[in-house]
Write a protein that binds this ligand. Structure first.
Ligand code: COA
Length: 136
């Protein structure tokens, strides 16, 4: 187990496509494929936060936006063997800081009921109603 209190966090830090796809696959339960994460993030995201320890990518969150005042958390992810050490909470805190610094007024996220405690009680977001439409 790495010494997680010394994890290093970075806003818009470099990410390698393969390492991020590996983390995403481990966290969202899919088979890792080839995905051009870095190009996608630079082209479309307001920013993202990485958490690393001794070079290893332990956590990631993507911050999408509307180009003005609304930012959206996507894909909050912490490696399974390093969970419950506050890394997720710190990723969200830094994502909020990055969005605030970019002039955003609101940070949104939608999530399944299991994550209520994480996002509402621990990350400080307020509970809202949200909607979702499957497009494919
Ligand atoms: C959600 C996730 C990012 C949390 O990361 P983490 O580093 O373990 O979170 P933290 O250690 O900062 O947890 C902070 C608090 O949230 C709680 N928490 C974390 N994950 C939780 C979960 N899945 N369900 C309920 N509470 C959770 C922790 O217990 C802790 O609360 P406590 O202080 O009362 O003990 C991580 O579980 C993950 O990657 N999950 C799989 C991917 C996913 O589904 N992401 C959410 C997409 S919306």
């Amino acid at each position: 187990m790495p010494e997680l209190s010394s994890a290093a966090y970075e806003w818009r830090g470099d990410v390698n496509d393969e390492e991020l796809e590996g983390l995403h696959a481990a966290c969202f339960d899919h088979v890792a494929t080839v995905r051009r994460w870095s190009a996608q993030l630079h082209a479309h995201s307001l920013g993202w936060v990485t958490a690393r320890h001794e070079g290893r990518l332990l956590g990631f969150v993507n911050v999408a936006w509307d180009g003005a005042s609304h930012a959206f958390l996507v894909d909050t992810a912490v490696a399974p063997d390093t969970r419950l050490h506050g890394i997720g909470q710190e990723l969200v805190r830094r994502a909020a800081g990055g969005a605030r610094a970019a002039g955003c007024a609101w940070l949104h996220v939608d999530f399944e009921p299991d994550y209520l405690h994480f996002y509402i009680d621990r990350c400080g977001l307020h509970r809202t109603e949200a909607g979702l439409l499957a497009l494919s």
